[in-house]
Design a protein around this ligand. Structure first.
Ligand code: TRP
Ligand code: SF4
Length: 404
């Protein structure tokens, strides 16, 4: 089995629920594009997660999957640096979900805020299902099957990463306690050589006695550097720092996605459910029409009435798209009735259309070559499966499912 550097590994997913918009671009996707240069990234289409709420009408899922992949590629997610794949094509997610379900207390799932919230919000659907209750556990399996150390998510998903940590801890607690663990860990320390062994013990004490997080990080870094200990010993020593057993499934941390500053056409947060979006690959004519018909400061009835940018959703777009000079021009022009609203909107239309040009270009390339998109995903699924298989092999073994 190959060794995994969890702290370097990132996993995130999106449900295929329709076309992406500029809110996704400025929030999630630009973040992914940045992360792919710094980490080993796995990004996937969570089609099973889409089924948990759309089981009654799955007809749109397939189309949404491919459309979303093209949206990602258009936004600059690069299949050369990150692994792009589809959840249901890596059945190891399902196997780990099943195995984790054995140790997951029902109460943990019932208590997650999104469980009741979403049921309330999607009243028209019957979500009193087994699959929907298990939504966060499936998400845990998504993360743990890659032993990803960091998970970029929005604030609404942090509770799902938290339960993943709890499940990993419980798993390691139950299955990481092999007989003779302490002796083996002590033996492994010695293998690091005198100097490192001493340093490891000091850091371990500092963490265990004083809760020194820096010592924990340093000890982990120390283990990462060790050339002459086996993977099993490394996992033992990771767990031993914290006084636990072997770390088979490392606990991931949420990497909070910076809140998208992208306002919708009505000034609220851009969201499909508010019907205020500009598509990620919206046609320039439609961008122009959508911005031109945006509401402005209601006090500004006539061209000669002065307005107040703070009361106008158009100003929110200037904050995202305009440089300081244009912003001053808009503010002063608005308050003095020196410019009209259409005039004020013009530089925004230009900026959005300009921003989208490279996205349209990339998308066109992929749309004219669907086989290429299929091949990218095929490739990604294979890479993902290899990584997932490694984890499952170890999970099966410690759960007593190794028939050889
Ligand atoms: N639940 C996430 C959402 O709705 C999507 C998702 C599924 C996910 N599995 C994941 C995100 C694993 C991060 C990691 O946005
Ligand atoms: Fe809004 Fe600009 Fe019109 Fe002022 S001038 S009301 S900021 S669109």
């Amino acid at each position: 089995m190959s060794s995994v550097d969890s702290q370097q590994r990132i996993l995130s997913g999106m449900r295929p629920t329709g076309k992406l918009h500029l809110g996704h671009y400025h929030g999630v996707l630009k973040n992914w594009v940045k992360l792919q240069h710094e980490f080993e990234c796995f990004f996937f289409v969570a089609d099973w997660h889409a089924l948990t709420t759309n089981y009654d009408d799955p007809s749109g899922i397939e189309h949404s999957v491919w459309e979303m992949v093209v949206d990602w590629l258009a936004a600059g997610v690069n299949p050369g640096s990150s692994t792009l794949f589809i959840q249901s094509r890596v059945p190891e997610h399902a196997e780990l979900h099943l195995l984790l379900s054995m140790i997951t207390p029902l109460g943990w799932l019932e208590r997650i805020p999104t469980y009741k919230d979403q049921q309330e919000k999607l009243r028209e659907k019957d979500l009193a299902t087994y699959g929907f209750l298990g939504y966060p556990l499936l998400q845990s399996a998504d993360i743990l099957v890659y032993r990803a150390g960091r998970v970029p998510v929005g604030a609404d998903q942090v509770s799902h990463v938290e339960i993943t940590r709890e499940i990993a801890r419980r798993f390691n607690h139950i299955y990481g306690r092999e007989p003779g663990f302490e002796e083996q860990a002590e033996g492994a320390i010695v293998k690091m050589g005198k100097k490192n062994a001493k340093l490891y013990r000091t850091l371990k004490n500092r963490y265990q006695e004083a809760g020194d997080m820096e010592a924990l990080e340093t000890a982990r870094a120390l283990l990462k550097e060790q050339q002459n200990i086996s993977l099993g010993d490394r996992e033992r020593l990771y767990g031993y720092i914290e006084g636990g057993g072997k770390v088979i499934l490392p606990e991931p941390r949420p990497l909070l996605t910076p809140d998208s500053k992208m306002p919708g056409l009505d000034g609220q947060k851009m969201s499909k459910s508010y019907n205020n979006t500009i598509g990620l690959r919206e046609h320039p004519d439609t961008v122009s029409r959508k911005v031109r018909t945006m509401q402005t400061d209601p006090q500004r009835v006539r061209r000669t009435d002065p307005g107040e940018p703070e009361k106008c959703p158009v100003w929110g777009l200037h904050k995202v798209y305009s440089d300081e000079r244009t912003q001053m021009w808009a503010q002063n022009g608005c308050r003095s009735a020196g410019i009209g609203c259409l005039e004020c909107k013009k530089p925004l239309i230009d900026a959005i259309v300009e921003e989208q040009k490279p996205l349209h270009d990339r998308a066109a390339e992929y749309e004219s070559n669907p086989d290429l998109v299929r091949a990218i995903i095929e490739d990604g699924c294979e890479t993902a499966r290899d990584a997932a298989r490694d984890t499952l092999e170890e999970v099966r073994a410690v759960m007593g499912l190794k028939y050889r």
